[in-house]
Design a protein around this ligand. Sequence first.
Ligand code: HEM
Length: 509
Amino acid sequence: MSLIPFLDASGKLGWTQAALSAAGLTFTWYIVSSVVAWYKLRHIPGPFLASFNNIWGFWAICTGQSNQIIADAQKKYGRVMRVAPDAISTFDPETLFRIISPRSNYLRSQWYTNARFDHRGDSVFTMTNTPSHNKRKAKLAPAFSGKNVPFLETKLDKWLTALIKTIRDRIAKGEETIEIGLLIEHFQLDLISELSMGQPWGNLQANEDHFGYLEMRKTVIPSIQSWLHIPLARKIFMSSVFLKLFAPRTTDTKGLGLFLGVLEDAVKRRFSVTPEKAPREQDILDIWIEHGHSARECQLDLAILVPAGSDTTIMMIRGTLLLLMSTPAVYWKLKQEIRDAISDGRISSPVTNEEAKSLEYTQAVVREGFRIMMPVNYGFPKQVPDSGDTICGIPIPGGTDVYVNYESLMRCEEVFGKDADIFRPERFLGSGPDVAYKVKVLDLAFGGGYFTCLGKTLAVIEMNKVFVELFRNFNFQTANPEKPWRREVYTTWLVHDFWTRVTEDTTMG
Ligand code: HEM
C-alpha cells in the first residue's frame, strides 16, 4: 500500500481512493470546524443546530413564521439564546438600552450588508464602518428634522386627503369590499415617492402596482431576509464581483432592476445639466443635494429609503387596523374620542400632529397596535466590541453578533404585564414611571442612539394622524372573519388578501 492515501500500491492515481480521501478530509474538516464553531459560545443555550452552523437562523426566517419560531425558542432558552456559531439573540431591554447608549462601543454587524444591491457602492444602511456610516447619516438626517418637519407633515396631509378620497370614490362605485392592505401600500408608496423624488408613482388613484414594485417585494423579501443569514452566502452574493456580474441592472424591464432604474432616472434628471424648467416643490433629494450628497450616493440611499419608508409604516397601519376591527370595545372607544374632539372643535381636518398627540386614548391605541404588530420582527445585530461584554450575567466574547428579538421584546411580561399578548391600549394610559418605561421600551423599535431609524419623525407623525383620519370618515369590518388576512413573517413581513368592508361614517360631523 502506498503511503500517499490516493495512490495505489503501484504508485498510480486510484480514483476510488482519491474520492474516499477527499470525503474523509471533508468530514474531518467539518467535524473540526464544527467543534471550533461550537466552542466559542458553548456556555450559551440555544437550538442544537445553531451551535454548529447558520442553518437554524436561515430555516427560522425562511419558514415565513419566524416571529413564532424565534419567540418560542427564546422562551425555552432564556433571555440570551444562541442563534448561530457566533451570534446570540436577546430581548433584554436593559441590554438593548446599553447597546444604543452614547458610550456604547458596539458596531453594526456584517448582517447589514444584506441589503446591498449595487456593485457601485453602499447605501447608508449597508455601511458597517462607523465613521463612514456616521458621515453619510449626517448628510441624510436633515431631511427628517428641524425646519424640514413641516414639509413632511404637509406632504403627509396631502396624501391622507388623497387616501380618504380614494376610499370614498371606491365605496361610491359600489365596491363591497376593498383589499385595504394593498390600498395602504399604494398610499404609502405614493407618499414616499413624492416626498423623496418629487413625483408620486400614481399607484393610489390607479389602484395599480406601477413598476411591479409590490410584486417584486414578494420574492425579494423572503429570499434576501433568509438566505443572507448565512455569512458565506452573504460574502458570495454581496461581493462586488458577484453583484457586478449577476445583480439586477438598472436597464432591466422588471423586478429589482426596474426599481433601481426608476431611482437612477430620477437622480439623473435632478443632476442633469439642463435644470428642470417647471417650478417644483422641494423634496428629500433637494435637501440631500443641498447637504453635499453626490448623484451616486443619492441613488444608493434612495434604494434603501423607499423600502424602509414604506414596508414598515404599511405594516404598522395594517396591523393596527386588524386589531381594531377585532376588538369592538377599543374600536368604539377610539371613535368616541375622535367624535368628542371634533364636536369640541379640538381637531382640524386633517388633524395636526400636535392635536393628535393630545388625544390620550388614540395615542394609547397607536402605541399598543405598534407593539403587538411590530413591523420589525428580528435582526439588526450589533457586534460585541473586542473587549467582550457581559449580557444578563453571561460573558460574551468580542466579535459576537447580538440580534434583537423584537417579537419577544414587545411581548415581554415583565415590561408590559401578564396579558402582554393581548391588544389592550389601556396599558399605555396615564403618566407614571411605569407607562414611561413601556414607552421607552417601545421606542427601541426604531433602533435608537447612533443606530436610530432615519425616518422615525415621519413614521411617528404618520402613526399619530392616520387612524384619526380613517376613523373619523369610515367604519371598517373584516370581510373574512375566519381568515382576515394571510401573513408571512421574515425580518419584516408581508400581508396578502386583507379584504375589508369599508363604509362611510356620516355621524362624525
Ligand atoms: C413604523 C415605522 C418604522 C420602523 C418600525 C422603523 C424601524 C427601523 C429600524 C429598526 C431600523 C434599523 C435600526 C438599527 O440599525 O438598529 C431602521 C433604519 C432605517 N429606517 Fe426606519 N423604521 C420605520 C419607518 C421609516 C421611515 C418612514 C423611513 C423613511 C422615510 C425610514 C428610513 C430608515 C432608514 C433610511 C434606515 C437606515 C438608517 C441607518 O442606516 O442608520 N424608516 N428603521
